[in-house]
Design a protein around this ligand. Structure first.
Ligand code: SF4
Length: 498
């Protein structure tokens, strides 16, 4: 028996032929997804999941979805848009059950269409499975090819669907949920933090390197009620208590009997994406036993130690540059000020601005405060520079507002390599630091000075062993081998000599 999608009313399969509509031109690395799941008989699991996803909105703004399990029955709703646009009370009331899984998506594999939105729901011999995925497989093509040869009707273009079909294939070959899932994970290479719903329980899984985060929480007074989420901020919003992280190469299986743990990977290692710490995850989320706000303040202090420059004020690029700017100010003794105001209600829009608006640059999102900046020597702290286009506009806006000097400090090292593990960082030739020196970038941005945080500073400022992180986009040292064809699609490789 092959796995098949159940009929789902809100998927328009004509969309498979529609052009892509995502705006991937942002000058920042984009996070791939947020995952959430709750096993809580007697609770309104759909509503808890809604709020969990609401807290994870920063991890993906293209689509959102929730699947609930009510015994053998699965209920699904997913659409393009923000969590608050996709769901309302009426829709949530049509999602009954004892467990729910949910997802917010930003596409890195597969286009931005509702058919690619998650959860991916498949029917198997043992009932439905609903899969949510954060990360990116590096062997999608090979796995997809295998599945197609085995006559599975793959309907979407995502690596997440490929994982779901691999599990379904194992289940349909006669395996139990756990054995089947573990066999499927052993066929997957890359980054994957998964939350999977089944009629009998919920799984939380991390790949053997633990590239993307996944945490476990408890809710209510009974121990059998568990929550899984990409970040602790999604536990806080529903009043759940953080229990621990899912370990790299671990599968947790949550059923009426409680939580069981299985270490399924041969050689697990810790390679959490350092960019989660610097920029992607919310500052109020806890990683390595402290809030990311604290880490980001410390890298700001470190930046001031490494690249002090005299100035009148330090400002941060909202929101993610603010803690580092405060740290820089504390270490340097230079006054911190708010020099840029962010329009917090912008969100992601598919409506392109007019040409005149485009020329006025970043002001749709950020507006400089003239009375703070006029006549001042300004240090501006940002969390990263990818292409440099936004930074250039930002510097111009500060000068237009009257800043007499603009010094840029970046609380991460130069991004020289693309990510293959679920973050959209462009191809290598589009990364400004891959082809230009710091001096050349400074000239292009028209700043008076420019400095990046050192790799040592970034890693040693964590409270962890520096080896416990992936920092490949800063040094090209990829912890998970990448097939040559995929490498070639993004990296500027030397031409093959004949
Ligand atoms: S390559 Fe960069 S963005 Fe990708 S997982 Fe590693 S550190 Fe994170």
């Amino acid at each position: 028996m092959n796995a098949n999608y159940p009929p789902v009313e809100n998927i328009n399969f004509d969309e498979l032929n529609m052009p892509e509509q995502s705006d991937h031109s942002a000058d920042k690395p984009e996070e791939a997804c947020g995952v959430f799941g709750v096993f809580a008989p007697g609770e309104d699991v759909a509503k808890l999941t809604y709020f969990g996803l609401y807290a994870l909105q920063h991890r993906g703004q293209e689509s959102a979805g929730i699947a609930t399990f009510d015994g053998d029955e699965v209920h699904l709703h997913k659409e393009m848009g923000l969590v608050s646009q996709v769901f309302n009370e009426t829709i949530l009331n049509k999602l009954p059950g004892t467990l729910a899984v949910g997802h917010t998506r930003y596409s890195t594999t597969g286009s931005s269409r509702v058919v690619n939105a998650q959860p991916a729901v498949l029917q198997t011999k043992r009932g439905a499975l609903a899969l949510t995925h954060n990360g990116n497989l590096v062997n999608t093509s090979a796995l997809r090819e295998e599945l197609l040869q085995n006559k599975h009707n793959l309907l979407t273009t995502t690596d997440s669907e490929v994982i779901a079909f691999a599990i379904a294939e194992e289940i349909n070959a006669g395996k139990e949920w756990l054995d089947g899932a573990i066999s499927a994970f052993q066929r997957c290479q890359g980054a994957f933090s998964l939350v999977i719903g089944t009629p009998v329980g919920m799984m939380g899984v991390r790949d053997p390197n633990g590239v993307r985060p996944l945490v476990i929480g408890t809710i209510g007074t009974t121990e059998e009620r568990y929550v899984l989420a990409s970040e602790t901020c999604a536990l806080d919003i529903i009043g759940a208590t953080y229990l621990r992280d899912v370990e790299p190469g671990e599968l947790v299986w949550i059923t009426e009997q409680g939580l069981a743990s299985f270490h399924w990977a041969q050689q697990p290692q810790r390679k959490l994406c350092i960019f989660e710490m610097i920029y992607f995850a919310r500052p109020d989320s806890i990683m390595n036993s402290e809030s990311l706000y604290s880490y980001r303040m410390r890298i700001g202090r470190q930046l001031a130690k490494e690249s002090f420059v005299d100035a009148d004020i330090v400002i941060g690029v909202p929101d993610s540059g603010i803690p580092a700017a405060i740290g820089y100010s504390q270490e340097s003794g230079i006054t911190y000020a708010e020099g840029l105001i962010k329009n917090r209600y912008v969100g992601r829009t598919f409506i392109q601005p007019t040409q005149t608006m485009r020329e006025s640059g970043i002001r749709m999102k950020l507006n400089p405060l003239k009375d703070v900046l006029a006549g001042k020597r300004v240090i501006i702290v940002d969390d990263s520079i990818v292409r440099g286009t936004t930074s250039r506009k930002l510097v111009k806006a500060l000068r237009d507002a009257g800043a007499t000097e603009v010094h840029m400090r970046v609380s991460s090292p130069p991004v020289t390599h693309p990510c293959f593990y679920g973050i959209d960082t462009d191809n290598q030739d589009q990364l400004i630091a891959a082809t230009k020196s710091v001096e050349e970038i400074a000239k292009l941005l028209e700043v008076d000075s420019l400095a990046f945080l050192s790799q040592e500073g970034m890693l040693q400022t964590t409270k962890e062993d520096p080896d416990n992180f992936c920092s490949a986009c800063f040094n090209g040292d990829y912890p998970i081998a990448i097939p040559e064809t995929i490498k070639r699609s993004k990296l500027m490789l030397e031409p093959t000599k004949v």
